[in-house]
Every structure is written in structure tokens, then in C-alpha cells.
Write a protein that binds this ligand. Sequence first.
Ligand code: MRU
Length: 353
Amino acid sequence: MTASSFDRVRPYRWDGTTLALLDQRRLPFQEEWIDCGDAAAVAAAIRDLVVRGAPAIGIAAAYGVAMAACQCEADSAEAARKVLAPTLEHLRAARPTAVNLAWALDRMDARLAALAGRDDWREQLAAEADAIATEDLAANRHMGELGAALIAPGSGVLTHCNTGSLATAGLGTALGVIRVGCEKGRIAAVYAGETRPWLQGARLTVWELQQDGIDATLIADSAAAHLMAQGRVQWVIIGADRITANGDVANKIGSYQLAIAARHHGVKFMVVAPSSTVDMATARGADIEIEERDPAELLGIAGHRTVAEGIAAWNPVFDITPASLIDAIVTERGVVEQPSVESMAALFGHGAG
Ligand code: MRU
């Protein structure tokens, strides 16, 4: 097995004019592709979790902008920038927490601004979206090596949510480290939490690993502390939706309690994310908007109601893990151990915030 032989699933297909998205709501039993004919369809797909995972939603949005450029009748890049501004804002509003979405849109907008006076701005915008995806895959491959090197041979690991090929341009962030760690014999046992309520772990992560021939054991989210108490895992490895200037991490709901349990049990905690997830303009995790989704996601499973009528539910879908509970943040630029304002600034410079 090699890292590239792991790399079989893709969340999107781009044919130069149209974006198709693998409908992650239907996995693992149905592999349906949805054709997005315009940027509004891409925004709806991001909002409705057809495509999800921080890097993947940024990539999808970038292709949404490329599509909008092809469809827009502006006769110059300068005119197109004005015409496309509401489209970019519509895409930006699709989900609030993962900064990769805003990062990708800002990058597309900056590219369009730089294309003033050129005739090939439509082709160049499509090339920029391609570059965002290509760079993400390269970052994941590099982070896979950097993260796996931190893990002692024969370790057990626990991951949360889905951070694999489905959530990125390929290979994955935390799941990339796990794939490379398995390939190199550093990881002997993989556990994945279900990730209630949307079940990214149960529906997506163990399915991806199964296709690679990597054995993974699914646990209920509430079994994590017991797993650690039994000494079965030496690392918790997660991805991120946003990392702030002080090293706080927003990630899937439940990440914070994993970090607390890990610290209690002497289990190390690793966050793996590309620099497109780092938001140096935001000072701390408390400043991040946490997405709250429909409480109905908690009131049933797969469309079947499990909770009595009239019960209220609260459904925040991300939480903040404070930097003090994190042992290592792995990015393609390098590893930040024991993250702090100083160590983050050393790698990423000073933010505007
Ligand atoms: O709500 P989701 O499924 O988009 O949440 C995804 C996560 O929280 C991932 O851990 C994060 O985006 C990192 S994916 C490489």
C-alpha cells in the first residue's frame, strides 16, 4: 500500500464547465452525483451538506465562482468583479464556521482583481480553482508525513468526524496522517467516533478506510473516555474548521470533550489542517461563529423519529478546543507544538485582528 493507493474517493468532479458533487448525505449505501449548474446550486449543496469538510467546501465554492464567471456576460475582468460580488457573498453565507470557504472566495476575488485588463480572465479563474484543489492535495500529502512522524510505532489512534478524501481534495488531513501512519506501521489500531448527529464518522470515515483495506473500529462518541482509560489509544487525531491566532481550534462538535478526556488520560492530541484553515485575523476561538443547525437532526435517525414530540433540542455543530489542550497542530508549513500566540505567529505571521 502507498499513500496514493489510498487516494480513491473524490468529493467532486469538474469538467471545465460543470461541477458535480458526490452526495455525502446518501453515503455509504448510495453513490449519487449531483450536477451543480450554477453557483447558486453550489451554495445550496454546501448549505445542505451534499459536500462538507472545510477544505472541500472551499474548493466547491471556488469552482462555483469559476462557473459563474463562465456564465456572466461581463466584457472585462473589472466589470465581472462587480457583477460577481453578490454571487461570492451568497457562497460565503452558505456556512459560517469553516474559514476555508471565505479563504477560497477571497483568493478567487483577489485573482479576478489581478486579472484586470486581460481577456483570458474566465480561463484564469478556472485555473485558480484548480490550483486551490491541487495545493490542498499536496498539503495533505505533506501533512500526512509530518503527522505520522510524531506517532510512536504500534500506536492506537482515535479520530472524529470525517477528515478524509471526502472532506478535502484527496487523502485527507487527520485521515491523511492516519493513512500514512498505517502505511508506515506507526499506527496499529484506528478507532473512529460515530459523530452524532450527522454520523460523519459512522457513515463516511470507516467507509473510506474500508476501501483502503485499513481496519477501523467504530465507537459511540460516548465510549471515547472509556477507550482512553483502557489504554487503547495514544493519540487523538482530528481536523479543523478554523484555527485562530492563539492556536484555539474550531472543529466538529465533540472535539473539545475528546481533548479534555485525552489530557486526563495522558493521551496526546493532534490537529491536522492546511494553512487555508488558519485564521490569523481572529484572535481566539471565542470569536468564531459556531454554526447551529436544525434541531431536527437530533430528533431522529435517518428520517425516523426517535424522540417524543414536543421535546426541544439544541444543535451546535462545532466547538472550540482551547490551545492549552492541544499537543501539536500539523500544517503543510510545519508542526506547531504546544500552540500559543507566539508559536502560531512564528509560522503564520501576525494577523490583522
Ligand atoms: O459539518 P462538517 O461535516 O462539514 O464538519 C467537518 C469537520 O468538522 C471536519 O473535521 C473539518 O472540516 C476538517 S475536514 C478536513
